[in-house]
Ligand binder design. Structure first.
Ligand code: B12
Ligand code: SF4
Length: 453
């Protein structure tokens, strides 16, 4: 059977969306899996392609459509794509998978949804079995990992994660061949993505990765990775691992094999400061292999802040500072990432500024602490209220970012924190500020369930 895989258009103008477009690795994994079992797959990337292309792809209807939803901000675009498909072919099964979809399937599984099923968790074997159930004319509910309206309350079976990633079929990059020249990270012109491991054994309270992967990590063998790197046409490679360099010996072997094979590429990845400090020699060796950039989750500027988000960085903030120095000394660019908190006052921002200035961090990036689905933070922040606010916040930003963001933040915060957040008390810094009473009214109405989309 043939499945059409769709990467939805970008769901937000926030974040890094304007400076990076990464290859749709999750869909390439799913498509690769289908092809290893003799099925066919094609891919449309709506971040770089047009709706007309999707329309043309549907002229000769596939047997099913699969859409990816990694980011919470992609929920509405995914629904748009699903509705587009259903308007044309109402009977065509639409399956959604990915990180967000797995953690909050209710965003897609509800009466009259344009989505028929959600693949919860890893997608490779679930999609193969889903396809084969369709071919046999069977309902897909029996497939482990497939959630529908029919088995949601009763009968859903989860699929255990694959610990030995070598057992999984490989991503098929030929699916994205027409788009590859568009895939880039920042200033790097063309960039490929490669997964050397999946998952994370830590449990930061703002992060959903460990929830998704059950606080474990699986990895691929260095030999299979080198074979795959040899096939990549791009000069730049981004390791998509939740934490690269988690396993010292595996990365040591991978580096040695890359060096021995004569491959000359440049690598970037995300990792933790304590690993940089602990495995300094490994990072030095990897610099020689081509490691140029590391995204470092520094998160906070003091130990109390790190404890608040349960980062568990060994040695606390001193380790963060040491890791930044080590990377610089080894010639690797640290791209530091920080979490700011809506409850912060000016003194907190001053401390952040002081840290960044002192360490001269021109590439620092900041994320406002957000209760993302699947995180402990989300569970703590009164789930039903958040769902309403989230829909509202997702729809509005295209037109009026400050107001929508403000409303979302007000309602998402516990009341005590909201009282201490001056930026929320005084309204948005720019744009048309509304009277405080009206803002409070909005927030209270949303809490009572009157607002939202
Ligand atoms: C790598 C990565 C990045 C890289 C991207 C570079 C690249 N080349 O890919 C960088 C560092 C740039 C990045 C940036 C950001 N990221 Co990021 N990133 C990731 C990470 C670690 C891995 C994603 C990945 O490629 N995994 C490998 C592929 C193979 O896995 P997969 O996509 O999950 O696909 C599998 C299954 O989900 C399923 N599947 C997927 N799609 C489909 C579809 C169908 C039909 C089916 C059946 C199955 C299926 O099958 C696949 C194979 O098993 C994830 C964490 C995670 N583990 O998901 C965070 C993650 C996606 N990022 C996240 C965030 C928040 C961001 C940022 C907003 C951070 C920031 N504040 O700036 C930015 C935004 C980027 C943007 N687009 O605007 C969050 C999203 C949370 C949310 N609910 O929205 C995540 C989940 C991390 C987290 N801490 O929670 N990111
Ligand atoms: S933030 Fe990083 S270290 Fe913490 S749980 Fe998420 S992936 Fe793991």
């Amino acid at each position: 059977m043939r499945m059409l895989l769709v990467q939805p258009p970008q769901g937000t103008s926030f974040g890094l969306t304007r400076i990076l477009t990464s290859e749709p690795l999750g869909l390439e994994c799913v498509g690769g899996a289908l092809r290893t079992r003799g099925h066919d797959a094609s891919l449309i990337d709506l971040r770089v392609d047009s709706w007309e292309s999707l329309e043309r792809a549907l002229d000769d209807p596939p047997r099913a459509v699969g859409i990816t939803c990694a980011f919470t901000t992609d929920v509405l675009p995914v629904r748009e794509v699903a509705s587009f498909v259903k308007e044309r072919w109402p009977e065509l099964p639409v399956l959604v998978g990915g990180h967000h979809a797995s953690l909050l399937p209710d965003d897609f599984i509800y009466p009259d949804s344009p989505v028929d099923a959600v693949a919860v968790g890893e997608g490779e074997f679930t999609t193969i079995e889903f396809a084969e159930a369709l071919e046999r004319g069977q309902a897909p509910e029996g497939v482990p990992g497939i959630l529908t309206l029919r088995n949601r309350g009763n009968g859903f079976r989860s699929r255990p994660f694959t610990r030995e990633l070598d057992e999984l079929p490989r991503a098929d990059r030929s699916l994205s061949a027409p788009y590859r020249r568009w895939y880039h990270h920042g200033l790097q012109p063309r960039s490929a993505s490669l997964e050397t491991s999946r998952g994370c054994p830590f449990d930061c309270n703002f992060c959903s990765v460990w929830v998704f992967y059950d606080r474990r990590a699986g990895r691929r063998s260095p030999s299979s990775l080198v074979r795959e790197i040899e096939t990549l046409e791009e000069q730049h490679v981004f390791f998509t691992d939740d934490i690269a360099f988690l396993n010292h010996d595996a990365y040591k072997e991978l580096g040695e094999r890359i060096a021995a094979s004569g491959i000359e590429k440049m690598y970037a990845c995300e990792t933790r400061s304590d690993l940089v400090v602990r495995y300094r020699d490994l990072f030095r060796a990897w610099r020689r292999v081509g490691l140029t950039t590391i995204f470092l989750g520094v998160e906070k500027v003091d130990d109390a802040g790190l404890a608040e988000v349960r980062k568990r960085t060994k040695g606390g903030v001193n380790t963060n500072v040491e890791a930044i120095h080590i990377l610089r000394e080894e010639g690797i660019t640290p791209m530091t990432t920080f979490i700011t908190d809506p409850a912060w006052d000016e003194a907190d921002f001053d401390r952040l500024e002081e840290f960044i200035t002192r360490l001269r961090l021109p590439n620092a990036s900041f994320t406002i602490l957000t209760p993302l689905p699947g995180t402990e933070l989300y569970a703590r922040a009164h789930h039903p209220r958040l769902r309403l606010l989230r829909r509202d916040a997702l729809r509005a930003p295209r037109e009026a970012p400050p107001r929508a963001l403000l409303r979302a933040l007000r309602g998402a915060l516990p009341p005590r924190a909201a009282r201490h957040a001056p930026q929320l008390r005084h309204g948005p810094a720019r744009g048309a500020a509304r009277p405080r009473r009206q803002l409070l009214g909005d927030a209270q109405g949303l809490r009572r369930g009157e607002g939202g989309a």
